[in-house]
Design a protein around this ligand. Structure first.
Ligand code: PLP
Length: 370
């Protein structure tokens, strides 16, 4: 079976991890600081690492102060972690529909979804194309609403020559095995605002405050550290950071390979009437995370492809249709684009190790499966 996504691990990656395993620190060591510094430079925004993209979202929502009763607007076509992490802090999830040609949240739907209780809008960079943060910024101007960018798909993408991570109030990344770069499990949070950054980071480090200038109680000695709000252990290990550092050094190469695979598919499917492909945005340098195609009889094509050894996926079952949302009265009619998107979508294999021969095989199988 050709996988739909696969990590790329080089000899240099293996050496870097081995070196970390032989060093003094397995975790909370110097490689964590180094990875965070490199990420900060790359996305042009202060960034800290955590042990998953889900942890990154949880910390981000905590960092912007999401609490019981707040409303958080999200698109439906995303991994459920986007909603779960806000809901676990007590937020009410409000869905806004998407543009069916890009899979990105629709600006008018955001406007319609905003109420007095809205505290955050989550933008999900579907397939690696970044959402238009500036346009959303204009919509929320003058309101106490934060922009959260779930950039699990778009680490390494640029919009108007600005790296993803530098624009939203808080941006989250995932370094899961199938994502653009990987640490096995892992993630990161980027935020310019010092208060948001500090709250989110402390939350990911058990809530521990070590800076004596912020102590609220008298210290009993140099061992003192204190907790102002509860946090969790979302730390990433040093050997994972070693892998991340090594992967990050190849990011331009990874982008090129992903772009080549997308071009190959585009020239095969772009003109085919039975297949719709994603519309590419202008002013964007994407890191293509997914290559989705849209077909009328999705189930038939999906089954045919799996039977022929092509590992395909569906991204995503709309979050609003999960049973967990049954208790909330969601206006399903307002989410028709997301529903249509889901009913027709299939993600084809895309990862840097795909060879031209394999791509040719996949294209033939797709054509035979229609
Ligand atoms: C992968 C992903 C996440 C969660 O990341 P993990 O590292 O798997 O926890 C969140 N949102 C989106 C859109 C994702 O694709």
């Amino acid at each position: 079976m050709i996988p739909y996504a696969r990590q790329e691990i080089t000899e240099a990656d293996i050496e870097a991890v081995t070196r970390a395993l032989k060093s003094d620190f397995l975790t909370t060591g110097p490689l964590v600081d180094e990875f965070e510094k490199l990420l900060t430079n790359y996305v042009k925004c202060p960034t800290f690492v955590v042990n998953s993209g889900t942890a990154a979202l949880h910390a981000a929502f905590f960092g912007i102060g999401i609490k019981q009763g707040d409303e958080v607007i999200t698109p439906p076509n995303t991994f459920i972690a986007t909603q779960a992490t806000a809901a676990l802090l007590g937020a009410k999830i409000v869905f806004a529909d998407i543009d069916v040609d890009t899979g990105l949240i629709n600006l008018d739907c955001i406007k319609r979804a905003i109420t007095r209780k809205t505290r955050a809008i989550v933008l999900v960079d579907y397939a690696g194309q970044p959402c238009n943060v500036q346009a959303v910024r204009e919509i929320v101007a003058g309101r106490d609403i934060k922009i959260v960018q779930d950039s699990a798909h778009s680490f390494g993408s640029f919009i108007n020559n600005e790296p993803v991570g530098s624009q939203a109030d808080v941006t989250t990344f995932s370094f899961f095995a199938t994502k653009n770069i990987t640490t096995g499990e892992g993630g990161a949070v980027a935020a310019h605002d010092k208060g948001i950054f500090q709250r989110a980071k402390e939350f990911s480090r058990q809530g521990l405050v070590r800076d004596s200038s912020r102590f609220l109680i008298e210290t009993h000695g140099p061992w003192h550290q204190e907790v102002h709000y509860f946090g969790l252990n979302y730390r990433l290990t040093d050997f994972q950071c070693a892998l991340g550092i090594s992967q990050l050094s190849r990011i331009e190469d990874i982008r090129k390979k992903r772009e080549q695979i997308r071009s190959f598919y585009e020239s095969a499917f772009g003109e085919k009437p039975e297949i719709r492909t994603l519309t590419a945005l202008r002013n964007v340098i994407p890191m293509w995370h997914l290559y989705p195609i849209f077909v009328k009889d999705r189930e038939k094509v999906f089954r045919n492809l799996r039977d022929r050894g092509v590992g395909v996926q569906v991204n995503y079952f709309p979050a609003n249709q999960h049973p967990v949302f049954a208790q909330f009265k969601i206006n399903q009619k307002s989410l028709q684009n997301s529903d249509k998107f889901y009913r027709e979508e299939i993600s084809l294999p895309i990862y840097s190790g795909l060879t031209v021969e394999t791509l040719e095989y996949i294209v033939d199988q797709v054509e035979d499966s229609l």
